[in-house]
Design a protein around this ligand. Sequence first.
Ligand code: BGC
Length: 399
Amino acid sequence: MAMTKTEPGFLWGAATAPHQVEGNNVNSDWWARELRIPGGELSGDACDSYHRYAEDMRLLAKAGLNAYRFGLEWARIEPSPGRFSNAELAHYRRMIDTAIDFGLTPIVTLHHFTNPRWFVEEGGWTGVTAVARFEAYVRKAATILDGVDWICTLNEPNMLALMVGLSRAARRGEPTAVTPTVEGQDGFPVLPDPDPEIGRLLIGVHHAAREILKKETSAAVGWTVACQALTATPGNEDRLLEVRHVREDLYLEAARGDDFIGVQAYSSQQVDANGVVPHPPSPTNTLTGNAYRPDALGIAVRHAAKVTGVPVLVTENGIAIADDSRRVDYTSKALRGLFAAMDDGVDVRGYLHWSALDNFEWGHWKPTFGLIAVDRETFARTPKPSLFWLGHVARHGHP
Ligand code: BGC
């Protein structure tokens, strides 16, 4: 297949999220939540990227990448309601400056699953103060975003709506599971649908944040959606439309007035008359139990572009796998699908691999997504061959 050569300015990078790499995010709701995950592990010091971010960025830049997606941690910036920390704002400003100094375009996420503990105690996303609280945080965050060209408001609002729904169920005493992670050969459990009522609330939050950011910054503003590359089994095309709408399209449609859509794709699942078909156990499953489906990226990108009508930025794509050569294999196939979509006219502005580091996978350390391994005792970073491979792709504009 012919390969697209990307334009100069195409973003080639990797992504992380604050709670998964920083360490000691003690004021966030997830810090306490981790203790309740059955069989789960704790984030603890994580990768200590709170202190070692410059080293992370240096490794990415040295390999040849030109972009880095990272997040601001609301729980640090606003440690108690209405009290903002200038020191933490300065910390994140230093991260932005460091990225720019290394020649990495910063893509900044304002919310990646974690909330300040006090926000959840106050009622969380379904509480009466939610929108005003998030707006106040966004306004503060905007003061340090000068020179940032890309801002993601909420990460995976469809997954967030699912998690908020599960927390609500837990409060009612119903059994819950948080982002279930299973060992390799097991099938991937079918996640429940996100609650559309919470989804609509988050859409309002995103639009409010967008308005502030468009006024206060010069960045392109969007949000990032978990795109599941759902396909229909024969005869179930209408069912696919219903299932996809509640899981994904509601959130993609909300991006129609945005500057871009962040596409996050890992695997693909089928939909039959009963809904999403459970993915069966297989020796080729990834360490999160997903099917090995590098073609998911192409499917997801085409669908997101069609629904939103705005440019695409791939904000996450990757694989939890121990064997790094399979990461290269997966990613080269995923990029082939991405380039085929671009050849067919889809406007794609960049590709950000998940993840820069082997990080805390929401309750588990075993699923390794990183281009860089991290020693959990010493925090020493060891770039994997996949980092050099992706850097080579970035430098040449094609695999
Ligand atoms: C999330 C990440 C997560 C990744 C791999 C995405 O849903 O944004 O935080 O680590 O997928 O599971």
